[in-house]
Write a protein that binds this ligand. Structure first.
Ligand SMILES: NC(=O)c1ccc[n+]([C@@H]2O[C@H](COP(=O)([O-])OP(=O)(O)OC[C@H]3O[C@@H](n4cnc5c(N)ncnc54)[C@H](OP(=O)(O)O)[C@@H]3O)[C@@H](O)[C@H]2O)c1
Length: 327
C-alpha cells in the first residue's frame, strides 16, 4: 500500500509517499480501505518529533482519523462487515491506503456525507465530546468559551455546543475568522488580537463568566481563563500551544470553586474511546444525519500533496478541516 511517511523529524517537506506492507489486524479489529484521512494539529507536532505515538502504533505514519470501506474483519468482530462504510478514530497510521482499527472506534459514515466529509469528524468530535461534555460536564443552559474557534476542534465545539442548546463564545485571530465562527453558530466571536478576551467575556455575561472553557492555548491565557469562569466553572485544557509554564493567583480557584482539568485522547485505551463512540452515535450522529451539524472542510489535498497540506495547517490560514484524499 501507499502511505505518507515522516522520513525524519522536520518541516512539511519531510513527508513523502512510500510503499509499506498492509497492516495486520487483531481479532477485535477491522482493516479499512481508506478513502480519506483527516489532518489534525497533533500530526504536525508528531512530524516535528514532539508527539511520539503510543506503543504499537507506526511511529512514522501519522494520521488520527480515516474514512473508508471495511476490507477485512477480525475473528471477534461482531457488528461490522466487509463493505461497510465507516469513519474511525485511530491512534496513528491514518495517512495510508489501509489502516487497522478496533471495531469499537468505528462509526458509520452518516448517510448524507461522502468519505472526505466523514474523515473530518472523528478526532475532533471524540475530543470535544470527551473534554466538553464528559470531563467539563457542560449541561442544561450552561455557557461555553472555546479558544481557537476556527480550528478543527473549534468548529466541532461550536456546532456541538450550539446544537445541544448552549451559548458558545469563541476567540479567533482575525475578523474574518470571527465572522466564520458566528456564521457557524457562535453567539459571539472575540478577535483576541484586537480585544482582551477576559474583558469581553465579562461584558458578554454581565460579569458572571462562562461555565466551561475549552482551551488549547494555555500559557498567558490562563489568568484570563480563570477570571472568565463563573462560580463552579471548569477549565479544560487540551493543549498548551502558548506554553505550559504559567504564574496564576490560585486563590480565585478557591473563591469561585473552580476546576482545572484536561486530557489527551490518543493514549487512552480502546474501551475509553469505544464509550465515546457510543455516545457520539447516540447523541451527535443523528444531528449530523439531519444536517444540523455539518462537516466544515477548508481544503482537500491528494495524499501526494501531504506536505502542502501540513504547510497550510501551520500557516493557520484555514478555517475548519484539511483532508487528504486517496482517490
Ligand atoms: N488533548 C487532545 O486529546 C487533543 C486532541 C486533538 C487536538 N488537540 C489540540 O487541539 C488544538 C487544535 O487542533 P486542530 O487540529 O483543531 O488545530 P488547527 O485546525 O490547526 O487550529 C489551530 C488554531 O489555533 C489557533 N492558535 C492560537 N494560538 C496558537 C498558537 N500559539 N499556535 C498555533 N495555533 C494557534 C490558530 O488560529 P488563530 O488564527 O485563531 O490564532 C490555529 O488556526 C491543537 O493544539 C491540538 O494539539 C488536543
Amino acid at each position: 500500500m501507499k502511505a505518507v511517511v515522516i522520513t525524519h523529524p522536520g518541516g512539511p517537506e519531510v513527508l513523502h509517499i512510500e510503499e509499506r506492507p498492509i497492516p495486520a489486524y487483531g481479532p477485535d479489529e477491522v482493516l479499512i480501505k481508506v478513502h480519506a484521512s483527516g489532518i489534525n494539529r497533533p500530526d504536525v507536532f508528531q512530524r516535528k518529533g514532539n508527539y511520539p505515538p503510543p506503543a504499537g502504533v507506526p511511529a512514522d505514519i501519522p494520521g488520527l482519523e480515516v474514512a473508508g470501506i471495511v476490507a477485512e474483519i477480525g475473528a471477534a468482530v461482531t457488528r461490522l462487515k466487509v463493505g461497510d462504510k465507516i469513519c474511525a478514530l485511530v491512534s496513528g497510521g491514518g495517512y495510508a491506503e489501509y489502516c487497522n482499527v478496533p471495531e469499537g472506534q468505528c462509526l458509520p459514515v452518516p448517510g448524507n456525507l461522502n468519505f472526505t466529509e466523514a474523515a473530518s469528524l472523528p478526532e475532533t468530535f471524540f475530543t470535544v465530546w470527551s473534554n466538553v461534555f464528559d470531563r467539563g460536564q457542560l449541561k442544561g443552559d450552561e455557557t461555553l468559551l472555546v479558544h481557537g474557534g476556527s480550528s478543527g476542534i473549534g468548529v466541532a465545539a461550536i456546532q456541538m455546543g450550539n446544537t445541544l442548546g448552549h451559548k458558545v463564545f469563541v476567540t479567533a485571530g482575525s475578523d474574518d475568522k470571527c465572522r466564520f465562527c458566528e456564521d457557524l453558530g457562535a453567539a459571539k466571536a472575540i478577535n483576541y488580537k484586537t480585544e482582551n478576551f477576559a474583558d469581553a467575556i465579562k461584558e458578554l455575561t454581565g460579569g458572571r463568566g462562562v461555565d466551561v472553557i475549552l482551551d488549547m492555548i494555555g500559557g498567558d491565557y490562563t489568568p484570563g481563563n480563570l477570571q472568565s469562569l463563573a462560580e463552579d466553572g471548569r477549565l479544560v485544557l487540551i493543549n498548551t500551544m502558548s506554553g505550559k509554564d504559567v504564574q496564576v493567583d490560585l486563590s480565585i480557584v478557591m473563591r469561585r470553586r473552580l476546576t482545572i482539568t484536561g486530557s489527551t485522547l490518543r493514549a487512552r485505551d480502546t474501551s475509553f474511546k469505544s464509550a465515546i463512540a457510543q455516545n457520539l452515535e447516540k447523541n451527535i450522529w443523528p444531528l449530523v444525519e439531519s444536517g444540523k451539524i455539518k462537516p466544515v472542510i477548508y481544503e482537500i489535498f491528494p495524499a501526494e500533496k501531504a506536505a502542502k497540506a501540513h504547510k497550510l495547517m501551520e500557516s493557520s490560514e484555514h478555517t475548519g478541516k484539511i483532508i487528504l484524499s486517496w482517490k
